[in-house]
Design a protein around this ligand. Sequence first.
Ligand code: DGL
Length: 271
Amino acid sequence: MTTLGVFDSGVGGLSVLRDLREQMPGVHCVYLADNAFAPYGERDVETIRKRSSGMAGYLRATHHIDALVIACNTATAHAVDALRAEHPDLPIIGVEPALKPAALLSQTGCIGVLATRATLNSDRFARLMAHVRDQSPSEMRFVCQPCDGLADAIERHDSAAIKTLGQRYLEALWRATPQAHRIDTIVLGCTHYPFALDTLRACCEPAIHWLDTGRPVSRRAHNLLTQAGHDLARSAPLMAPKFITTGDIATLERAALRWLSLDASAHQACI
Ligand code: DGL
C-alpha cells in the first residue's frame, strides 16, 4: 500500500486532498491538520517552521509515509527547504501560488494574487514572481493582496466574515491595479481559498479566470511516486483517508463532510 502524508495549518489542505484522491484513488492519505495553531499566515516565520517540522516529524514517526505533501502555501514558503534537509530520504511536494499557469493563461498580462501575508512576504514567493516575469515573453504584472483573517473565517465556516473579507480584499486588488491595466486572472495562493471561491466569484465580473494548485500538486505527487516505483493505477478502489488534528475534532470532521462528502472520524494528536 502506498501512503501519502498531507498536512496543512487546518482545513484548507482538504482542497488539495480532494485532487490527490481524484488523481490517485488507491493511495492511502493521512491528513494532518494543525487546527490548534491555525492560521499560520499571520504568524512569525520561526513558529511556521517549528510547527511544520513537528507536523512532518509526527507523520513520519506514526505512519509509514512514502511521500509528504505540504498542502499549505505558507508552510511551503517558509519551511520546505528545512523539511527537505530534515528528511533527505523522503519525497516532499510543496505548493506554491500558481503564477506560472496564470502567466500562460492571462491575456492582459495583469494577474491578481490572493494569499496570506506570510506567503507574500517570503523570499520564495519573491523568487517565484521574478522567475515567472523573466520567463514570460511579454510583460507580466502581479498585483498581490494579503488576505488577513480570510483563512481563519474559512476555518470557522463563517459565511458572513468570508463575504465581508472577500469583498474587502477584491476591492483592494482593483484599487491597487494601475489604471491602464486590467486583471483577467486571479491566483488563489492559499489552499483555504478554493472553499471561498463561490463567494469571491460573486464579487467579480464572470470573465475572470481563477486558479488554485490542487491539480498540479497532485500530478507532481503522482509523478514522484511513479518514479519511485509505486503502482498507481487510476482504476484502484478509492481509499478512505485518515484524519488527524491537533485541535477540534468536530471542525475537521465537519469540513471533510462538507467539502469532500466524507463522513469520517478524526483523531486528535498532541504535537
Ligand atoms: N492554507 C494555508 C496556505 O495555503 C495556510 C493558511 C493559514 O493558515 O493562514 O497558505
